[in-house]
Design a protein around this ligand. Structure first.
Ligand code: ADP
Length: 218
């Protein structure tokens, strides 16, 4: 986040003399409180300053980088996820390629009966199989996809930082956002019936968030 000259001066005043009231800051700068209000709002909303009633403004002690880091840990996958494109396990490689073009996506999720996650298909998975000279009009995607339990997933309540970290660590483009479904109440691991796919997080979602944060959007 880039601060204006005036916001930088306010930061200096609060750092050295905080807690300090809005009125005192305005006096120092020979400005009215009303003029300062937008600056104070930006500095508190961004987390650089904190405000307490009857005490005034004080420095949060967080660098702008730390503030951004905190934000990335706070924003949940649920807030940035997009609609997943899924194909059934029996789908042919040919149809999967067509789906990628029609839906304009780079990754497809493969589902078994009841819509549970079974695999992931990437562009290179498709390219690789064409090298083998196989008949992709007959070949089912199950042969080329990355299959459960090797699929890296994320849940809606995990942070976007966590999603980005998984994408980088595993060198993949997208993660299925899943919700575990249990046989009984899902309390033990053995109760797990499958993962319902509730969304998708890709490099594009993360990049879009990055652009929005850069524009100063909350
Ligand atoms: P590309 O094919 O464009 O390089 P990816 O980097 O996403 O796309 O895929 C690389 C490999 O990782 C592929 O074999 C793909 O099946 C697999 N893959 C993709 N997404 C996941 C995921 N979420 N979990 C596990 N493997 C994945």
């Amino acid at each position: 986040m880039e601060l204006s000259k005036r916001q930088e001066i306010i930061m200096e005043i609060v750092k050295s003399d905080g807690p300090i009231t809005g009125e005192q800051i305005a006096d120092r700068l020979n400005l009215t409180r009303a003029t300062l209000r937008p600056d104070m709002a930006i500095l508190t909303m961004s987390g650089l300053l904190e405000a307490r009633p009857r005490v005034g403004y004080f420095y949060s002690g967080k660098s702008p980088a730390r503030v951004l880091g905190d934000k990335l840990h706070k924003i949940k996958v649920a807030e940035i996820k997009s609609v997943p494109v899924v194909v059934p396990e029996q789908c042919t490689v040919y149809d999967a390629v067509v789906t990628m073009f029609i839906e304009d996506v780079g990754s497809l999720f493969v589902v078994k009966e009841r819509g549970f996650l079974e695999g992931v298909l990437s562009r290179k998975d498709m390219l690789k199989i064409t090298l083998g000279g196989q008949d992709i009009q007959k070949l089912p995607v199950g042969v080329v996809m990355t299959r459960m339990p090797n699929v890296i997933t994320i849940t809606p309540d995990e942070s976007v930082w966590s999603a980005a970290q998984k994408i980088i660590t595993h060198e993949i483009d997208a993660l299925p956002v899943v919700s575990p479904v249990g046989k009984h109440n899902g309390e033990s691991e053995n109760d797990l019936e499958g993962f319902e796919i509730v969304g998708k997080v890709s490099k594009t979602n993360i990049t879009r968030l990055f652009v929005e944060l850069g524009e100063g959007k909350d």
